[in-house]
Write a protein that binds this ligand. Structure first.
Ligand code: TXA
Ligand code: MG
Length: 323
């Protein structure tokens, strides 16, 4: 059931969570599907609702340091500095977990991903529940991430106990994930916080997001399947203006900037007319949801510059294109 995220509904959702329920809620990145992180049975319901394989660990959302301390064994100096600089915000830190965190949350790993979300509804919900919330993105496994409550309703509907509607999310792509439990800090996922900003604090990170590099130095990021964020419509990544005219009539174009001339596609969604990457990230999944609903033969997604948050956009598009 989709309800407005007003204080009364947030309080009710907090009680649901304490009683083993699962609740979808907005964060500044995408909508999450939360459960009490200490309640293994409730967390199992998340995996069931999403159709998510159990080898894919969840991110635990906390509202303050005291809650963080209930989840992780220790907070290394570098983690402390990153948290001070970027929390609340779109950064997930992977740290050594406490025994109290059930294995289903971390897919059996000795580490746990934690983040403190900036969205006021997410913060209010964690406070109302009084427990850290294990929460993946609130989509069916492998499908496009939800940036609106309606996206959650369409994909998960009755499988969840309640959906708190806080309007469209601000950033539009998931948090950046950094592993701080190994010998050297490593980037596990590009996301809404540009890696350049993190490296300004940490120095160069090992890059575990690409096959090859850092393979021996860090454990592979689980759950980073090659195919992910995928619309039902086949999608390919193309260079702007490179597709022959005759291939466009029954396809949709996910343009990065405003096309110069009438491009001749059946449908066009422009991510950012002026080429602003943050604006593009904010509407990426929404534009994909929209194009996917049109029953097109194919979606051509224009390549975006791989700098700042553009790296996260490019990563999502590559995975959306993989079958
Ligand atoms: O912005 C976000 O991070 C959103 C919102 C809801 O907070 N959440 C999100 O969760 O994107 P999800 O489940 O879609 O992605 C979680 C990913 C896993 O697939 C895995 O790659 C990584 O986080 N992860 C979680 N725990 C980990 C761990 N202990 N070690 C390595 N990677 C981990
Ligand atoms: Mg996800």
């Amino acid at each position: 059931m989709l309800v407005p995220a007003d204080p009364e509904n947030v309080a009710r959702a907090g009680a649901l969570l304490r009683a083993g329920g699962i609740v979808a809620f907005p964060t500044e990145t995408v909508y999450g599907l939360g459960a009490d992180a200490f309640d293994a049975a409730a967390v199992a319901r998340i995996f069931e609702a999403k159709g998510r394989p159990v080898f894919d660990p969840l991110i635990v959302h906390v509202s303050d340091d005291a809650m963080l301390a209930r989840v992780v064994r220790c907070v290394p100096e570098l983690a402390r500095r990153l948290a001070e600089r970027f929390w609340p915000g779109p950064l997930t830190l992977v740290l050594e977990k406490r025994d109290a965190v059930p294995a289903i949350v971390t897919a059996g790993l000795p580490t746990v991903g934690v983040r403190c979300p900036a969205h006021p509804v997410a913060q209010a919900l964690i406070e109302a529940a009084g427990v850290p919330l294990a929460a993946p993105s609130a989509n069916r496994f492998g499908a496009i991430s939800p940036t609106r409550a309606e996206h959650v309703e369409a994909q998960l509907g009755e499988r969840v106990d309640t959906i708190l509607d806080g309007g469209p999310t601000e950033l539009g792509v998931e948090s950046t994930i950094v592993l701080l439990a190994g010998e050297r800090p490593a980037l596990l996922r590009h996301g809404a916080l540009p890696v350049e900003e993190i490296e300004a604090v940490t120095g160069p990170l090992l890059d575990a997001t690409r096959a090859g590099e850092a393979r021996d130095a860090v454990p592979l990021a689980p759950g980073q399947s090659a195919s992910h964020y995928a619309p039902r419509t086949p999608l390919r990544v193309v260079l702007a203006d490179s597709v022959p005219r005759q291939e466009r009539a029954r396809a949709g174009l996910l343009a990065f900037r405003a096309p110069a001339a009438e491009p001749g596609y059946a449908a066009v969604r422009v991510l950012a007319a002026d080429g602003d990457l943050r604006r593009a990230a904010a509407v990426l999944f929404e534009a994909l949801h929209e194009l996917d609903a049109l029953g097109l033969e194919r979606i051509d997604a224009e390549q975006v510059p791989e700098t700042g948050i553009g790296r996260a956009i490019a990563d999502r598009l590559r995975r959306a294109a993989t079958r």
